[in-house]
Design a binder for this molecule. Structure first.
Ligand SMILES: Cc1cc2nc3c(=O)[nH]c(=O)nc-3n(C[C@H](O)[C@H](O)[C@H](O)COP(=O)(O)OP(=O)(O)OC[C@H]3O[C@@H](n4cnc5c(N)ncnc54)[C@H](O)[C@@H]3O)c2cc1C
Length: 308
């Protein structure tokens, strides 16, 4: 149960009271993102159990507080001005493997599930090896690689709607598409999810994971901050790789401030150490416009840009 904030009442004190303490003020967001970029959040709360995660979400909605649910922070760009509201960091990391099903809380790390299911000789999660982030973030954006995505293994999920109702929903509910789930249009909170896998041979699963990780090592930044692909690949009228379009447009290595087009994969922007969100946005705009001008292709963002 949450209190409703009244006009003139101290917002921070009421957040603290409802969340049992633990709400911090003016927390720099950069360390909570894979980009290493982002100014301060007005309020920041680390939710280590689903009850507190749901309460923080409900509290923000009922009180019309600006809020953002943060998973691993690996697909987002926070602004240099930070975030003028409550950032709820999902740290609900528990999961259990039972038979051929793995059930995980929304903050469980995708790579922990890859390891755990491999150890139990379950096949299906290999594609996710090396994708940073959490179960919640992966469902939100239907994360995927090597021809598979979370939509191929998700069976059901427990979600908390903005109407305050908890629902158990099946895969079809999410209307998954390429890097898309309905949550992008109708935000709801994922609390947990179950994934159905198949019995496999442990050594074959391990080999597949190893080969995927090697491919990633060759094409992804190892030391610099990034947030993975900046743009989606083009699917229609024909399949076009955003990385190839950007490379052919001559953008490899282009630098604005501390942000640079990654030389081994032009659809990635890296933070060379001192990049600001403004640098990244400017560089991404140039990349977008150059491809539009040269090939008439209007690239769509995969990176989520979060305004203050
Ligand atoms: C080096 C690198 C490689 C990558 N490779 C890939 C790749 O191969 N394939 C791919 O698809 N992506 C890739 N990514 C991008 C990123 O890892 C994925 O998009 C990932 O699924 C994001 O998860 P996250 O937990 O970090 O989400 P965040 O970045 O924290 O958040 C993303 C969105 O999910 C929402 N969200 C998070 N948790 C919840 C929840 N519990 N309920 C509701 N909404 C929630 C957030 O509000 C936000 O809108 C890569 C990124 C990096 C840095």
């Amino acid at each position: 149960m949450c209190f409703i904030l009244n006009k003139g009442v101290d917002e921070f004190a009421l957040l603290q009271a409802n969340l049992g303490g633990g709400v911090a003020r003016s927390v720099t967001l950069a360390p909570f993102t894979s980009f290493g970029i982002g100014g301060p959040a007005k309020y920041f709360f680390r939710a280590g159990d689903p009850g507190r995660l749901a309460t923080a979400f409900y509290l923000a909605i009922t009180n019309k507080l600006n809020f953002f649910v943060l998973g691993g922070g690996s697909n987002i760009l926070f602004s240099d001005e930070g975030y003028n509201g409550l950032v709820i960091k999902d740290e609900c990391r528990e999961y259990v493997v039972s038979g051929d099903v793995v059930s995980a809380q929304s903050g469980a790390l995708l790579n922990d599930l890859v390891d755990a299911t491999m150890k139990d000789s379950l096949s299906g999660f290999e594609f996710a090896a090396g994708i940073p982030g959490t179960v919640g973030g992966a469902i939100y954006g239907n994360a995927g690689a090597f021809g598979k995505s979370i939509a191929d293994v998700l069976e059901s999920a427990v979600i908390y709607g903005i109407d305050g109702r908890v629902k158990i929903v099946k895969n079809g509910y999410f209307e998954f598409g390429y890097r898309y789930s309905r949550l992008k249009d109708k935000p709801e909170l994922i609390l947990s999810a179950s994934f159905k896998l198949e019995a496999g041979e442990r050594s074959r699963i391990a080999d597949k994971i190893k080969s995927y990780l090697e491919l990633r090592k060759a094409k992804h930044p190892l030391t610099e901050g990034s947030a993975g692909s900046v743009f989606k690949n083009v699917k229609k009228p024909k399949l076009l790789s955003a990385g190839k379009l950007l490379e052919n447009a001559g953008l490899k290595g282009l630098r604005i401030g501390g942000a640079e087009v990654f030389k081994k994969h032009c659809n990635i922007i890296v933070n060379t150490g001192s990049a600001t969100a403004a640098d990244v946005k400017k560089l991404a705009r140039i990349m977008h416009d150059k491809v539009l001008e040269k090939y008439g292709v209007d690239l769509e963002y995969e990176l989520l840009v979060i305004e203050p």
